[in-house]
Ligand binder design. Sequence first.
Ligand code: AMP
Length: 185
Amino acid sequence: MRLLIMGPQGVGKGTQAELLAKHFDIPAISTGDIFRYNLKNSTPLGLEAKKFMNKGLLVPDELTNNIVKDRLAQEDVAKGWILDGYPRNAEQVEALDAILEELGTPLDAAVALTADRPVLMERMTKRAEIEARADDTPEAIAKRLDVYEHETAPILDIYRNRGKLVEVDGVGEIAEISATIISKL
Ligand code: AMP
């Protein structure tokens, strides 16, 4: 199974990606986690990504696309994968299409989780308090939701037009949401 999990920050992408990963016994790959890991370890990639992450902006496509290309070439993803937080704009969709074409591994579905902005702001603010993520300032949270609306939400149509989009309400019980996604897949 090869899946994308999409949706605005705070909608529960990471949680659902982990549950789906367990269910299908495949790795969940989060570009945000890869960037955060590099940031924590002050690698050159982390230091470059930090400039964008702290402002709630997208890390440049070239960097991001290369990370995904390398990750999808690794052995543990041969049986399948879930990409959490990638692609996030039209250029990344094109890059992913090219990567998958080259690997000969077509996508099965793009799962999109939905929720209204006030719900997301509240969830994100709570998470920022609990996890104290360096990239979770109120300004960065609001900016990230704007970036999602302007750059990422439009790409849902690309997958919808390809008949690959599975939309699920992201508000509710975690287990129920997960069961709904699995039944729709
Ligand atoms: P996330 O945990 O997926 O919300 O990602 C946290 C931050 O990492 C984002 O706000 C971006 O700055 C960066 N990031 C994660 N995934 C991508 C991506 N696909 N393209 C560009 N930047 C990304």
